[in-house]
Ligand binder design. Structure first.
Ligand code: BGC
Length: 263
């Protein structure tokens, strides 16, 4: 579909499952060289299968274990990509974590964990990618997986909403800083999407009905919908797209409570 992505080196953090895995599949189909990443061994089986799928599609891949919240791990991840494939063209900071806790009961450890993975992890990944792009004088691309909760407040998820709100300004700031070098930095913000992580909550009829009420399109998204958005942002079609957020959310950002035409 996008021949310019053939042989491009794409690092995707958190690609053992969910949106990251769907991204790895679509980039594999474009015959990219995909650097898969996981934190915990529990995703090893999926990753082996994913490597096979990518290879079958004509792409190439390697798998690197790294915890995005650990600076040395992210450095090693980018270094390995460069060592194995000679360069890095696209960095996708996708790894994320969420867990509900009322704000007044949230421990510092719970607060910090989410900030470390979702915000600091994306910062380290962006910084290391930019360093490499500048070194090679390359018009590299960075895409961060954010959320509709970079804008919509989310009770019981204060750490998550704060991390994604921060991710929005982090992306905008870094884009402003490096756009002059031809480096494109954007976010992709999913709404409610079915993944291994959300499957359970969306299979509960009450939660599902409540969620659908918040989506003008009246359907829960698929990880593939988000992956396709990332493909667009990485393609030449988006060559003038800098410092913006692509919401893939069935219209969730668009005040669905007003759908009835009242107010
Ligand atoms: C979260 C999902 C949630 C969606 C809409 C996403 O950022 O990861 O769990 O369903 O936002 O609230």
């Amino acid at each position: 579909m996008f021949s310019e992505l053939e042989n491009k080196v794409v690092v995707i953090t958190g690609s053992g499952s969910g949106i990251g895995k769907a991204m790895a599949e679509v980039f594999g189909k474009e015959k990219a060289k995909v650097v898969l990443n996981y934190r915990s061994e529990s995703h090893m089986k999926e990753l082996d299968a994913l490597q096979e799928t990518i290879q079958k599609s004509g792409g190439d891949s390697i798998t690197v274990q790294a915890d995005v919240s650990v600076e040395e791990d992210v450095k090693r991840l980018v270094e390995t990509a460069v060592k194995e494939f000679g360069t890095i063209d696209i960095m996708i900071n996708n790894a994320g974590f969420e867990k509900a806790t009322p704000s007044h009961e949230m421990s510092m450890a719970e607060w910090q964990k989410v900030l470390d993975i979702n915000l600091t992890g994306a910062f380290i990944g962006s910084r290391e990618a930019v360093k490499q792009f500048l070194k090679e004088d390359k018009k590299g691309i960075i895409i961060n997986t954010s959320s509709v909760h970079d804008t919509i407040p989310w009770p019981n998820y204060v750490n998550y909403a704060a991390s994604k709100g921060g991710l929005k300004l982090m992306m905008e700031t870094m884009s402003m800083e490096y756009a002059q070098h031809g480096i494109r930095i954007n976010n992709i913000s999913p709404g409610a999407v079915v993944t291994e992580h959300t499957k359970e909550k969306f299979s509960d009829p009450k939660t599902r009905a409540e969620t659908l009420e918040m989506i003008p399109a009246r359907e829960i998204g698929d990880a593939k919908d988000v992956a396709n958005g990332a493909l667009f942002l990485a393609s030449n079609l988006a060559s003038y797209v800098h410092g913006t957020t692509l919401y893939v959310d069935g219209g969730m950002m668009n005040y669905p409570a007003f759908m009835g035409g009242k107010g």
